[in-house]
Design a protein around this ligand. Structure first.
Ligand code: GLA
Ligand code: ZN
Length: 690
């Protein structure tokens, strides 16, 4: 049932608005701190993340602490009604520490330690670094644990999967393997297929993760790094959990990269937070960027069973990445900020509050520019979002409960990158494929959870699992039960090829019993260059009532129905006339196999038909104009409807009933026009959305 989740902190029941705040860079000019407080009020900021890279300001020399500046800042924040998301500083090692203790620096494959400097590059196994982190974290928790401004711990920053090949990491890796393979080296050698090129491992000590020719080994190395990062994170939180059990703990994920298994990491945090930097205006297709970003927001919400997440970083204007860096055009800041809320964020936070005078990020977008005042477009647009969020207290904690799930799995992605690239090369495009199977729902206003193969499928009615090359243990059985019990599944070519060790499954794909579920055997997959033509034509009178011919791209498989019905066939290539899309009744459910990689022109009508057949709930009944979306958050009593237009031209959305504009209170009915990059937030009271 729809319900309301508690706010991230009982101390603040508003949507959070603010960002990364680095007053430690301005200790020589503390008058700037007072300007910050004035400007935060003007911008409608109610929360800032402090101290993320402040270790050398907190402990300038070993064992000598300087908390005066942070005392002053936290007091000022509290006095001004701004909450503090207090960071632990492990993301950036102080220079004195990196020089005094080389063991905290990562070791490269050539056996050299990295130089001091940079960030996010500490060894995760170093007992000394863990101890140093715990010491400083304990000091922070002792000193600020009961500070009225403190609402949340921001542990470290953007943990990554960088390699460290030091003895400590290798020993920990071998322990991890001993556990995983129950101390049985034969099992490990089998899983790695190590007879290949004579790589048989005679003992645990000879296992080093530097040889990319063994895919199973590389997969385990990725698994280990996730495990080790979570272990490190947990070590960091020991003093926080002990001294401040009431203050929730998070860290900012980067789930736009298949680095760590963020799904596994999510279990260790109290609330999921992530940093979102979409490539607005960079690709020529803001609509696709919007759908891709929506997918990632949905993923963050799904990681904690639907609990609202925190948008921890976003850029008010111009990022520092991208080949050609684009400022957000007028309207995009408001639209992209509301997008996060529409998909389940309870915050809009930025990197960064104020531009520093020096360093790599001195030109990175910020609420406060070097001009130092509020008369900038950047500031005005942020202040506009601040004023808007302040009117949406009712949204805090509202939920989204999709009946559709997209499976985007990290272990599968790692395996595709390592193990499948030898077959598909550049045609893998896993993230694009996932987005292609997400966008039709987004464009229809049907809510989607984005889950991995470990998630429970029982609460969904439709599950789509593009390019599911690797099947994790137990997943195929779960999917089979899901379909048998009435669920609808959609899978695409090159799925069900390998097991958790990236060992090819024998007997024909898709393996692990999925041939029976989908009623097809996939014999071979062909790769295509962009100039090659492959048409896919819908079969007359097919039960989905699909018509027309559509271009397939990149990869197509030759499949043989084994019980499935052919819905579309290939028109070109040596496999012309054979099935490209099939449907199979299995148990009480249906299983569709898309042997060709098809684009939105096919996927939109295909999924719209499935949604209609299953009568899946839509945010509004009407078909939405291209480039727009409608998302709904509800507590079961009040529905908040978010209508967004990612087009550069206006779009008209027809409403089926009257709503109230959540910002102005006016009644809204009939056809409403969303301007270029426009957004409307409407609400209505009543029973839970139908
Ligand atoms: C990341 C980091 C921030 C900052 C921004 C710049 O998200 O967490 O410290 O470097 O990128 O885009
Ligand atoms: Zn190490």
């Amino acid at each position: 049932m729809p319900h309301r989740w508690p706010p991230v902190s009982s101390k603040c029941s508003h949507l959070l608005h603010g960002g990364d705040y680095n007053p430690d860079q301005w200790t020589r000019t503390p008058e700037v701190w007072d300007q910050d407080m004035r400007l935060m009020k003007l911008a409608g900021c109610n929360a800032v993340s402090v101290g993320i890279f402040a270790w050398s300001s907190l402990e300038p020399r070993e064992g000598q602490y300087e908390f005066g500046w942070l005392d002053a800042i936290l007091d000022k924040l509290a006095a001004n009604g701004v909450s503090a998301i207090l960071a632990t500083p492990s993301g950036g090692k102080p220079t004195w520490m990196a020089r005094a203790y080389p063991e905290i620096r990562r070791m490269q494959a050539d056996g050299q330690r990295q130089q001091p400097g940079g960030r996010h590059n500490h060894c995760r196994s170093s007992p000394l670094y863990r101890q140093k982190c715990q010491q400083i974290n304990r000091k922070l928790a002792e000193r600020y644990g009961r500070h009225p401004a403190l609402i949340l711990w921001h542990v470290s920053n953007e943990y990554n999967n960088g390699d460290c090949f030091c003895d400590g990491c290798l020993a920990a890796f071998r322990d991890f393997l001993r556990q995983r393979y129950h101390n049985d080296l034969d099992q490990l050698n089998h899983a790695y297929w190590s007879a290949f090129w004579s790589h048989h491992f005679p003992d645990w000590e000879s296992i080093t993760p530097v040889d990319r020719s063994l895919h199973g080994l590389m997969l385990d190395w990725e698994r280990f790094k996730t495990r080790q990062v979570i272990d490190f994170f947990k070590a960091e939180t020991v003093p926080l959990r002990e001294l401040t059990p009431d203050i929730p703990v998070t860290t900012n994920f980067m789930n736009n990269h298949a680095m760590l298994d963020w799904w596994a990491f999510a279990k260790a945090v109290d609330v999921v937070a992530w940093d979102s930097y979409p490539a607005w205006h960079e690709t020529g297709d803001d609509v696709a960027v919007a759908a891709g970003t929506a997918l990632l927001h949905d993923q963050c919400r799904s990681m904690k069973g639907g609990r609202p997440f925190i948008l921890m970083e976003s850029v008010p204007s111009i990022p520092t990445r991208g080949r050609i860096k684009k400022r957000k055009e007028p309207g995009m800041h408001r639209l992209s900020s509301v997008q996060a809320i529409a998909h389940g964020s309870d915050s809009v936070l930025y990197f960064q509050w104020r531009k520093g005078r020096g360093g790599l990020e001195k030109f990175h977008g910020a609420v406060v520019d070097h001009a130092g005042h509020e008369q900038t477009r950047e500031f005005r647009e942020v202040a506009e979002v601040g004023a808007l969020l302040a009117r949406l207290d009712g949204v805090v904690g509202t939920s989204i409960q999709p009946q559709v799930a997209l499976i985007q799995d990290w272990e599968n992605e790692w395996a595709l990158r390592e193990g499948a690239s030898v077959y598909l090369g550049e045609n893998i495009k896993y993230r694009q494929e996932c987005q292609a199977h997400y966008q039709p729902f987004w464009a229809t206003g049907v809510a989607v959870d984005v889950i991995d193969q470990t998630a429970d499928l029982a609460k969904y009615r439709l599950v789509t699992l593009p390019l599911s090359y690797l099947l994790r243990n137990g997943f195929a059985e779960k999917l089979r039960a899901f379909v048998a019990q009435g669920g609808t599944a959609v899978m695409t070519c090159f799925s069900g090829l390998v097991d958790e060790s990236d060992l090819c499954l024998l007997g024909g794909a898709p393996g692990h019993g999925l041939r029976e579920v989908f009623g097809v055997w996939e014999e071979e997959t062909q790769n295509f260059f962009p100039h090659e033509k492959v048409g896919v034509a819908c079969v007359n009178g097919n039960p989905l009532k699909l018509t027309g011919t559509y271009p397939a791209v990149d990869i197509c498989s030759v499949i043989h129905p084994q019980g499935a019905q052919t819905l579309a066939v290939y028109k070109d290539q040596y496999f012309a006339g054979t099935p490209a899309v099939t449907g199979h009744a299995f148990g009480q459910g249906k299983a569709y196999y898309l042997a060709a990689r098809l684009g939105m022109d096919f996927l939109l009508p295909f999924y719209r038909r499935l949604c209609a057949d299953l009568a899946l709930p839509k945010a509004i009944p009407a078909d939405l104009p291209a480039g727009t979306t409608a998302q709904l958050r509800t507590d079961g009593h009040t529905d908040f409807l978010f209508l967004s237009n990612f087009n550069k031209t206006p779009a008209v959305v027809p409403l089926d009933r009257p709503y109230t504009d959540a910002l102005t209170g006016e009644t809204v009915t009939g056809r409403i026009t969303l301007e270029r990059y426009g957004v409307r937030i409407l609400k209505r009271n009543g029973p839970a959305s139908e």
